[in-house]
Structure formats: C-alpha cells, structure tokens
Design a protein around this ligand. Sequence first.
Ligand code: AGP
Length: 609
Amino acid sequence: MCGIVGYIGDAEAMPILLDGLRKLEYRGYDSAGIAVLSEGMVSVARRQGKLERLAGEMQANPLLGRVGIGHTCWATHGVPSDTNAHPHADCTGRIVVVHNGIIENYLSLRERLEVDGHVFTSETDTEVLAHLIESRFIGDLYDAVRQSLLEVVGSYAVVVLCRDIPDTLVAARLHSPLILGHGRGEQFVASDVPALLAYTRQVTYLQNGEIAVVTREGARVTRLDGTEIRREPATIAWDAAAAEKGGYKHFMLKEIHEQPAVIAETLRGRMGEDRAHVHLPGLKLSPDELRKITKVLVIACGTAYHAGFVGKYAFESLARVPVEIDVASELRYRTPIVDEHTLALVISQSGETADTLAAMRDAKEHGAHVLAVTNVVGSSVDRDADSILYTYAGPEIAVASTKAYTTQLMTLYQVALYLAEVRGTLDDDARARFIEALQRLPEQMATVLETEPLVKKLAEAFCGVHDTLYLGRGVNFPTALEGALKLKEISYIHAEGYAAGEMKHGPIALITPQCPTVAIAVPGGVYEKMLSNIKEVKARQGHVIAVGATDDPDLRKYADDIIPIPRTAELFTPVLAIVPLQLFSYYCADTLGLDIDQPRNLAKSVTVE
Ligand code: AGP
C-alpha cells in the first residue's frame, strides 16, 4: 500500500505535494519522492526512508514548478532504496509516474521493453509503466497511458506527468483507490481524502477502470475504452482525523474492513496468469531443496503464532510435511531439533518482535533455511531471512492485528499449495479446486462483513460479562485462540480459547449462564463433534454464539445465536470465521468506551523480551 498525490494549478506544487504525502504516511513510509515540472524541465527528488528526510532536503533545495506528483511508499517490489523510490521515469526522463498497486505481469512487459531497447534503473514493477507509456507516446499522453494500462494485469492507482504536455496530469485506477480534488483554477489527485482536505472538499472518486485527464480547469473522466463518464463531485464532510481513518471511528475497524481488498492483494502476483499454479518468487529454495525439507518449524508470537498454527494444518494436510510450532519465547529457551533440512517459517507483522528475532537467529545458526512472512519491507526479519514473502496488508496501525492475520493466512495457504505441487502430494484437479476457493475468499469475506450489525448487537448484549470461552476444533482451534486473544486485548474481558475436545478435561466446569461460549462450527470433518460440544454447553445453561455456514439448518437447533459465513474449503474457513470474532471484540470494546487502537499495557510491536 502506498500514498500518491498530484497537483496542477498556480501555486508552487512542492509544498502541496509534501503536505499531501504527510497526510498519507499511514499508507507507507519506507521511501518517498516528488517530481515537479517547470519550463519544460522535470525535476525529481526521491529518498529511501521517512518523508521528513526528503522534506528536509527540499527545504534547502526546493523544486520549483506548478505541476507535480509525489509518492510515499510501502514497498512491494524491491527493497527500499533511492533508486527504487518513486517517481519513476522513462528512458528520456520526460515521462514520470507514481503508482500504488501491483503489476502482476511486469516481468513479461519488462522483458519485451528491454528487447525494444528500454533501459531500466530500478527493481520495481512501476518503472515498467513509465517505459510502456514512452513506447506508446506520440504526443497524446492520455492515449499513451490508456493504451499502456490496457496491457497491465494487476492493480494500480497511477498519476503521470510529461515534460512535453506541461498543463496536464493523467490519472487512472484499478483496485487501488484514487480521488480527484477540485479547486478554483487548480486540481488535486490523491490516494485518500486526508491529502485533499486542506485544499478542497469537492472530490470525484475514480472507479475501477477509469482514467482522467486533469488540467487546471478540471478533469475529464473516461473508461479505458474511451467512453466518457459524467459524475457530479461529492462533498467531503469529515474532519482531518476522521479522514485518516477513512471515516471509521477507529483504525481497527477500518483495517477490519480493508481485509477483502488486502487479501486480494496477497493473491495478485502469486497466482500466475493461468491461475493454476502458485508462484513464490521470494522463496529462494529450488524444488529439489524443498523436497529435502524434513520439517517446518513455525516461529512466531501472538496473532502471528495463531496464523502459523493454521499454517500447520495446511502444510500437513496439503504438503504432507511435519510441522512443529511453538511460541518464540518458549522455542528460544528449549533445544528444538533443527538442521539444514529444517524450513524455519518465521511469521511477524512488524518484523521486529524480539523473541521471534532471537528464535529465528538460533534456527539459522543450526542450519535452517529461514522463510519469513512479514508485512514490513526492510524490517529486521526481512533483512535476516533467507527467503521472504510479504503480506501486502499495508501499514497496520491498530495494536490489535486483523488484516495482517488474514493476509498471513492467505500467504501460508499459498506456500502450502506450492509445497504440495513441488512435493507431488496434491493432484492437479485438487490443487485447481483449492486455488479456485482461494480466489473466491475476498468476495466471500466482503459478504461476512455484512453481518456487522448482527455482531454489533451481540457485542452490546454480552460486553458486560467477565469470562468467555471460545471453542474450535481442527483448523479452527487456532481461530478460537485468535478470537479469544482479540477479545482479551481490546475489551479486557477474560477469554479462553480452547480445543473443544478438551471440554470434558476441565473447561466445562466454567460453563454458567454468565460465561457465554463462542463456538466455530463450520461444515467439515469435525462439525458433528462441534455440535456435540455445543449441546454440552447448552445442557449446563451456557449461552452459545456459533459461527457457522449460512445455510446450516442443524446449527440453528442448538446454538442461541448464529453468525453466518459462506461455505468454502474447510481448510480456508479460518480466513472467514475470524472476521465476526474481530468485529465482536471491536464492538464489545467500543460499547465499553475503551481505547481500541491503543489498548492499555500493549504495544504494536514487542521489540523487548
Ligand atoms: C495481536 O493482536 C497482538 N498485537 C500481538 O499478539 C502480536 O500479534 C504479536 O506481538 C506479534 O507481533 P508481530 O506479528 O509483529 O511479530
């Protein structure tokens, strides 16, 4: 996730661009850059690191001009560096681009452009756009951009400027947000509202597949096929703080709602153009080396540990490889069996968790190949890993992890499917069915989010309890653990996640009308057993809130409340089942009036033991 801005008007562009990028730093902050056009000359300044580093240099050496574009980056291709920072230019330096999204087919486009003589200077997918537009440009910037985007597979929000067309910006979007801001004699482009509010409240939200020609007088919007679009500008009523949260009350709620988009992002670029195979360019082990792996050792903490726990079920069932899992704070103080045939799977949103880093180093010292799954490019985990897969969740601001968790799950499913293919443990038809089910999860998760009013009512009814029990079996035992953690950490209500089969070994003593039970009872191999556990709870006057399949007639006979989710492969149900539990914990805490984004005693990244 990145933040992009554009300006065309009669004021100096640089201060407006930098101010807009500051308002978008929550979208990414590992490098930044601007380009300004003046008297037939394009000046570009871009730096790795936080925006303030660039702004400081601009203070001393300002770029002058009244048309410009800018970018603050959350790297998805190439480690943060000055050369990988946006904006990116074509061979001549006259066409300059900023982009938010992922160009899935950038390698094939780059190869073709290099054969045609284009010289690339970065590792990014974005630079391909600049050269593609150059290859199409014969004087009409709109048409060159339009034709180029017709060749792009993936997601983009893009703003382009050209030295030869000084009074125009071209902007376009597909699966990444882009908004036009309308001033008097000046126009703005930005990834999100916060960058515009200081200048205008009149905005046009570009829709998927639309492209705009932006001049000082206004914007002309068409589809990529050239069909004209007429749309009345909207008026933004938010204040600045609300705008940064996208109009949501808390970052946590915004990030819960971002999940369909970001889990779709984790699929882009890894499912190949044929959608029949998983491609993991970040995994540096050859198929032969992967076949020699005798064990996967999961290293993680907290929510990341719960993701790794779901991964255990996926790896063992699909790839038939043994998986050992332990919280990093335990793993580092025992002596696990690790050697060169161990794949150490390190999962960490921040990439800075002290226990995870320590256990990772131990595993590496004993010869393991470290595959890291992280959300922060350039983090310590990223730097020390042998292989790296990013989760593309964008910055996760709320302390309680939500979108990082579900994008970790998506990434782990992809690794498991890839391992299964390499190790020959899953036939082509089965793999195709799993991939098809994976591709449907983003839209199914959007459906789950429609249960929000129901979940809010349940939370309002139950937020006064002191104890809750979360029960799950099989791949949803980790879901019970994660749901309980969410409730604990933001509503401060005691919640125990338990394997439902363990009820008779103790927890059943807890059941009273004052201790509600949340049960994940989705169709699959342990469904009947979950129904039995629900009956056990009911027989002791316990109240049961069940997460189950939308069309399940049996569950309604036993559970007091049902939160419905769409059917999918049992292995993938954790991706959907966790969303109602995230919402339940959010609305319990909100009803209690607690500080949801910064819960007491907690930090977003536990960088100390
Ligand atoms: C989850 O909501 C918590 N914020 C916490 O358990 C977190 O998952 C844990 O500290 C691990 O963080 P990491 O993924 O950044 O390593």
